[in-house]
Design a protein around this ligand. Structure first.
Ligand code: ATP
Ligand code: MG
Length: 645
C-alpha cells in the first residue's frame, strides 16, 4: 500500500480491536451486531437481531427491552464503579466540577422524578437549549430514563432557529439557562427562549438552569421553573422502566448545510449498540483514559461520542463549555495538559484555526498524555491532518478520521486505529458490520480515482429510522434514488483509490463542473490550504456561459499576511500543479471569515448562491451571520475591481 502509515506496533499490539474483525463481521453482519449488543444490559432479550420488513426503516433487536440511562449510568454504579469520574467539566470562565458516576446517578434520578412532576411521560418531547453543562448531560440521561424524546438545540442559535425546532418537535418542556458565557461575556438566554416559545401552546414548562446568575430573568409564573427548586424537592431515587429497542431516543437536526434542517429520529437499542461499540473500537478506550470530544452537545457528534457512547462504556471524559479560543487560542491545549487527556476528538475547522497561529501554540503545552486523535465534521485536508499528527500528536498518535452523518447515528467510514494503515485526508474504509460504495447515477461502481455518489449499501443499527413528522422526506431524500437496490444515498461525493480507501469530495450539490470536468470542492480546497499563504479556503462554482461553471476561491490567509499582492497568480499556479490546469480558480477573493454552521462546516451553498446572484438562502444554521455579510462585501469589492473576471 503506497503512502500509508501503519499503526504504531506498540499501539497495535494491545489495541481493543485487532485484525480479522472486519472479515468476521462481513460474514454475518446481524450476528456481528448482535454480539456487540451484548455489551449492553437488556431487561428482555430481542427476538430478531435485524428485520427490514418496514424498509427503509430498519428494526434492530426487535422484541428486546432496555433502559438507555440505566446502561449509561446505573450499571457502572451497580458494578462498584460509582467513584469513577464520569465528567471533568470546565466552564468557559474557568470554574470546574468533577462528577463521579454515583453523583451523576443521583442527579439523573432526581431530574427523572422532576420531569415526571412536570408531566413528561414516555414519547413526549423535551428540547434542551443549553450550553455544555453538567446539567445538559443530566437532562439527556433523565429523558432517556423516563422514555422522553430529547432534542438538543445549540445554545448559540437565535430565537427563530430555536422556535422552529420546538414547534417541529411539539415539545412540552424546554430546558434552558438564565444566560450563557460566550467568548468571555455573559449573555442573556431566557429572554430568547421566551420569544421562541411565545404562542406555542404545547410548551407547558420552561425549566431554567442558573448559569450566569443574572438578577433580572424574565419569568412567567406557572410555566417557568428553576432547575434547583425542582430537583431539591425530588426524592433521590427513581425506579427505571425498560423500553422497546425501537423506542425513540432523540431527534437531532442536521446542520442545514444544504437546506432546511431535517429532524432525524434515532431509537434506542440499535443506536446504543453502534454508539457503544464504535466508541470503544475507534478510540481504543481503556479504563484509565481521559477522553475528550470537543463537539458541542447539540451536535450529533457529541450525542454519540460524548453522551451515549462514552457513558455506556463508563468512560472518564472532559467536557468544556466554551469557545476554544477564549480567553486565548491555546485554551484546548491547556485543558489537555490539565487533565492529562489521552484521546482528543476534534474538527478540521479548529485544526485550521490552530494552524493559523502556528506550531508554537501546541508547543507551549505538555501534550505527552495524548495517545489518539480524532477528526470529524468535514474532510480533513491532508495538510491539516499532518499538522495535527505532528504538532499535537507528537507524531506518535494515530489520527482517526471518522466519516458519518446525523442520519447514520454513528461512525460508518473510519480507521480501526490498531489495524488500518492511515492515509492523511482519507477516512479509509467502512467499519465492520457496514458497507459503502461509490457509484454513478445508474448504480455502477466508479473506477478508482473517479468521483461518484457515496452510498451505504449496508447500514449499521444506529441508522436513523425516519425524519420527524415527515417520513416522505426521509424516503425521498435518502432512499428513493437507489430504491431498487435498497441503498442509502449519503449526499456526499467521493472516490476510492486502488486500495479501496474512500476520499470524500464534498456535497454532491457542491461538485463543480468546469468544461465537462467534474471537480470536488474538497480536493481544490485541500490544494489551496497546502499553499503556505493560505489558512482556509472555500471553493464554489459560479455560472459561466462558456465553461458551464467557473471556479471561485474564497481564501483566508495565514495570520499576519494581510497583503494579497500576487496571491491570485500564485494560487492559480499552485492548484495547476497540484490538481491540474482545469482546476485553476478563475477568481480568488481574500476574505477574513467564512460562513460556517455551528459545527464548523463551511456553507458553500450560500457563497454559490451569492456568486450566481441568487440571495435569500436559509441562514438559520449559521454560527455567525456577520461572516456571510463580510464575504458579501468582499465579493462586491472584488467584482468592482475585477468586473471582467
Ligand atoms: P444538512 O444535511 O442539513 O446539509 P449536514 O450534512 O452538514 O447538514 P451533519 O449530519 O452534521 O449535517 O453532517 C454530515 C456531513 O458532514 C457529511 O455528509 C459530510 O459531508 C460531512 N462530514 C462529516 N464527517 C466527515 C469526514 N470525516 N470527512 C468528510 N466529510 C465529513
Ligand atoms: Mg447532511
Amino acid at each position: 500500500m503506497t503512502d500509508a502509515l501503519p499503526p504504531p506496533p506498540a499501539f497495535a499490539a494491545v489495541a481493543n480491536v485487532r485484525a480479522g474483525v472486519r472479515e468476521r463481521a462481513d460474514a454475518d453482519p446481524p450476528a456481528f451486531w448482535a454480539e456487540q449488543a451484548g455489551r449492553l444490559t437488556w431487561d428482555r432479550p430481542w427476538d430478531t437481531a435485524h428485520d427490514d420488513r418496514d424498509w427503509p426503516t430498519a428494526r434492530w433487536f426487535d422484541g428486546g427491552r432496555l433502559n438507555v440511562a440505566v446502561n449509561c449510568v446505573d450499571r457502572h454504579v451497580d458494578a462498584g464503579r460509582g467513584e469513577k469520574v464520569a465528567l471533568h467539566w470546565e466552564g468557559e470562565p474557568g470554574d470546574r466540577r468533577t462528577v463521579t458516576y454515583a453523583q451523576l446517578h443521583e442527579q439523573v434520578q432526581r431530574l427523572a422524578n422532576g420531569l415526571t412532576e412536570l408531566g413528561v411521560g414516555p414519547g413526549d418531547r423535551v428540547v434542551l437549549y443549553l450550553p455544555v453543562l453538567v446539567e445538559t448531560v443530566v437532562a439527556t440521561m433523565a429523558c432517556a430514563r423516563i422514555g422522553a424524546v430529547v432534542s438538543l438545540v445549540f445554545g448559540g442559535f437565535s430565537a427563530d432557529a430555536l422556535r422552529f425546532r420546538v414547534a417541529d418537535t411539539g415539545a412540552t418542556v424546554v430546558v434552558a439557562s438564565d444566560g450563557q458565557f460566550r467568548r468571555g461575556a455573559a449573555v442573556p438566554v431566557k429572554s430568547v427562549v421566551d420569544e421562541a416559545v411565545a404562542g406555542l401552546d404545547h410548551v407547558a414548562h420552561v425549566l431554567v438552569v442558573r448559569r450566569t446568575g443574572s438578577d433580572d430573568v424574565p419569568w412567567t409564573p406557572g410555566r417557568d421553573v428553576w432547575w434547583h427548586d425542582l430537583l431539591d424537592r425530588q426524592p433521590a431515587a427513581h425506579t427505571a422502566q425498560s423500553f422497546p429497542a425501537e423506542h425513540p431516543l432523540f431527534i437531532v437536526y442536521t446542520s442545514g448545510t444544504t437546506g432546511r434542517p431535517k429532524g432525524l429520529v434515532h431509537t434506542s437499542g440499535g443506536y446504543l449498540t453502534q454508539a457503544s461499540w464504535t466508541h470503544w473500537a475507534l478510540f481504543d478506550l481503556r479504563d484509565d483514559d481521559v477522553y475528550w470530544c470537543q463537539a458541542d452537545l447539540a451536535w450529533v457528534t457529541a450525542h454519540t461520542y460524548v453522551l451515549y457512547g462514552p457513558l455506556s462504556n463508563g468512560a472518564t471524559q472532559v467536557v468544556y463549555e466554551g469557545s476554544p479560543l477564549t480567553p486565548h487560542p491555546g485554551r484546548h491545549f491547556e485543558v489537555i495538559e490539565r487533565y492529562g487527556v489521552t484521546t482528543y476528538y476534534t474538527a478540521p475547522t479548529l485544526v485550521r484555526t490552530f494552524m493559523k497561529h502556528g506550531p508554537q501554540l501546541p508547543a507551549g503545552h505538555d501534550l505527552s498524555s495524548l495517545r489518539l486523535l480524532g477528526s470529524v465534521g468535514e474532510a480533513i485536508n491532508p495538510e491539516a491532518w499532518r499538522w495535527l499528527h505532528e504538532h499535537v500528536g507528537g507524531g506518535r498518535c494515530p489520527v482517526v478520521d471518522t466519516w458519518w452523518q446525523s442520519e447514520t447515528g454513528a461512525a460508518v467510514i473510519a480507521p480501526l486505529p490498531g489495524v488500518t494503515p492511515l492515509k492523511p485526508g482519507s477516512a479509509t474504509l467502512a467499519l465492520p458490520g457496514m458497507a459503502v460504495a461509490v457509484v454513478d447515477d445508474d448504480g455502477r461502481e466508479t473506477p478508482p480515482g473517479v468521483e461518484g455518489n457515496l452510498v451505504i449499501t449496508r447500514p449499521g443499527p444506529g441508522m436513523a429510522r425516519t425524519v420527524w413528522g415527515d417520513h416522505d422526506r426521509f424516503v425521498r431524500s435518502y432512499w428513493a434514488p437507489y430504491a431498487d437496490r435498497r441503498w442509502y444515498l449519503a449526499g456526499d461525493s467521493a472516490s476510492r483509490d486502488e486500495d479501496g480507501y474512500v476520499w470524500i469530495g464534498g456535497r454532491i450539490d457542491d461538485v463543480l463542473n468546469v468544461s465537462g470536468h467534474r471537480l470536488s470542492s474538497i480536493e481544490l480546497e485541500s490544494a489551496l490550504v497546502s499553499h503556505p499563504r493560505v489558512a482556509e479556503a472555500a471553493v464554489v462554482g459560479a455560472p459561466d456561459d462558456v465553461t458551464g461553471q467557473r471556479i471561485v476561491a474564497f481564501v483566508i490567509t495565514r495570520a499576519g499576511d494581510a497583503d494579497d499582492s500576487g496571491l491570485a497568480e500564485e494560487l492559480r499556479a499552485h492548484v495547476a500543479t497540484r490538481v491540474g490546469a482545469v482546476a485553476k480558480p478563475r477568481e480568488v477573493v481574500v476574505v477574513t471569515d467564512l460562513p460556517k454552521t455551528r459545527s464548523g462546516k463551511i456553507m458553500r451553498r450560500l457563497m454559490a448562491d451569492m456568486t450566481a446572484g441568487r440571495g435569500g438562502g436559509d441562514t438559520t444554521s449559521l454560527t455567525d451571520p456577520a461572516a456571510m455579510t463580510a464575504v458579501e462585501s468582499a465579493w462586491t469589492d472584488h467584482r468592482r475591481t475585477s468586473p471582467g473576471a
